[in-house]
Design a protein around this ligand. Structure first.
Ligand code: ATP
Ligand code: MG
Length: 414
């Protein structure tokens, strides 16, 4: 590693398209970055140049990079060194950096790319690039210049007082800073789709809380553990959202007893969004989010989704509506939720699912079934027994609640 001052360059994503209220987005981005840096084990600092955030501190550069890569809103994350803006310092740092890089693997081609944010700097960008390139060639003999397809790109960004040199670029999560678009409540099952939907919607700037419906007491709590693990994974990218766990089993039975038959799945889904709408009022959510993709299964036909929408008091966002299953699974692998989603569970939707679910639930028939129960009372009972967890903050309250869940289930099956 270089003897120069290490830092990390974070290139802004879509917020650089924002006009007069860009500073609001930048502030939110920096708040989220500060949250991601909590507990890193040393002091850190943040500085903004145009479209770039510079991050440094009394902690290893790798740790800063790792934390910054979890934050939504940066197009790239680049470990860098910071030097005073003089040609001598810049050249010295460039030689030292590329010497270290070429020692790892000699014989590679390099290019120097210079950006001058300070137009008062005495040399033009191409003169700086020429000067630095020539000195590197003199001093690091096992590198050659390759401007068309370089193995190593040394980026030099010259600011008024300070200049940044970087030669490694990790892709960031891009998107809008979480929270800049408002708040949502994600219906999180244990499957592949809903966590991917949550990740997508977070990248559009929505801070997410989660609600999971389990079939408890008629299923084991495996799906609750999965939802917890998924929410914890998603919470790496935002100030921790809460997970609300609702035991739906008894209400599912009530719907079945009321004669839902082939409408059972859609009727359950309506009960879920009804309950979630009430919950949203408590969490401050302005929309619900699901992992539906058009036509994927019987419950996701246009008619059935319309029947579900009709029961919701808030707009339902479905970011995956046009995605294919394979695309969703590939994305789940990329964002790290696939290995949790693949684990076996007893999904509440399998409980009491009719052999042939309807693809066209008619509203009058749904309403007739719902009329046979006191919906307000059912919803209220669900809300009264909700468990609230904060995945990612591994508190005793979380552990206690999960143990109670397991015990309730064991007692029931005993
Ligand atoms: P997923 O992979 O997200 O489970 P899926 O392909 O299994 O989706 P469905 O079971 O039809 O599809 O569910 C559609 C959407 O409804 C889910 O993406 C999720 O948002 C919501 N949902 C379904 N079951 C539950 C549940 N038990 N708890 C919370 N939300 C649920
Ligand atoms: Mg599912």
């Amino acid at each position: 590693m270089s003897s120069y001052d290490p830092c990390v360059l974070l290139k802004h994503g879509e917020i650089f398209l924002k006009g007069h209220n860009r500073h609001r987005f930048t502030e939110r981005l920096h708040d989220n970055l500060r949250v991601a840096l909590r507990g890193i084990g040393g002091s850190t600092w943040i500085k903004t140049a145009q479209n770039v955030t510079v991050l440094g501190g009394q902690v290893p550069q790798e740790d800063l990079v790792e934390r910054a890569r979890t934050v939504i809103g940066f197009n790239s994350v680049e470990p860098a060194v910071r030097v005073p803006s003089t040609l001598e310092e810049i050249t010295g740092a460039a030689v030292e950096a590329l010497r270290a890089v070429s020692a790892e693997r000699p014989g590679r081609g390099f290019a120097v790319r210079v950006k001058r944010r300070d137009k008062d700097f005495p040399l033009t960008s191409s003169r700086v690039a020429g000067h630095v390139g020539a000195r590197v060639l003199e001093e690091v003999t096992d590198l050659h210049v390759d401007l068309s397809r370089p193995d190593i790109v040394l980026a030099i960004e010259i600011d008024r007082k300070e200049t940044y040199l970087s030669w490694t670029r990790y892709p960031g999560l891009s998107g809008l800073p979480v929270g800049s678009s408002g708040r949502a409540l994600v219906l999180l099952s244990g499957g592949y789709d809903s966590p991917v939907a949550a990740h997508r919607i977070m990248r559009r700037g929505l801070a997410c809380d989660f609600v999971h419906f389990s079939g408890v007491p008629y299923t084991n709590p495996a799906s609750v553990y999965k939802a917890y693990a998924l929410a914890r994974e998603l919470n790496r990218h935002q100030p921790h959202g809460r997970l609300h766990v609702v035991a739906l089993g008894k209400a599912q039975k009530q719907l079945a007893v009321a004669g839902a038959g082939r409408l059972q799945v859609v009727a359950q889904r309506r009960l879920m969004v009804r309950t979630a709408s009430e919950l949203a009022a408590r969490t401050g959510a302005q929309a619900l989010v699901t992992g539906d993709s058009l036509g994927q299964v019987a419950s996701q036909t246009l008619a059935n989704m319309a029947a579900v929408d009709e029961a919701a008091a808030l707009p339902i966002l479905r970011p995956l509506i046009g995605w294919e299953k394979q695309e969703i699974i590939d994305e789940a692998r990329r964002i790290g939720t696939a290995e949790i989603s693949v684990l076996p569970d007893e999904d509440c939707c399998q409980l009491l699912a009719p052999p042939r679910a309807t693809t066209r639930a008619a509203l009058p028939r749904l309403r007739a079934v719902e009329k046979r129960l006191d919906l307000d009372e059912v919803t209220q009972a669900l809300l009264d027994n909700i468990q609230v967890l904060v995945p990612g903050s591994d508190t005793e309250a979380n552990a206690g609640a999960l143990t109670r869940e397991a015990t309730a289930c064991r007692n029931h099956s005993a």
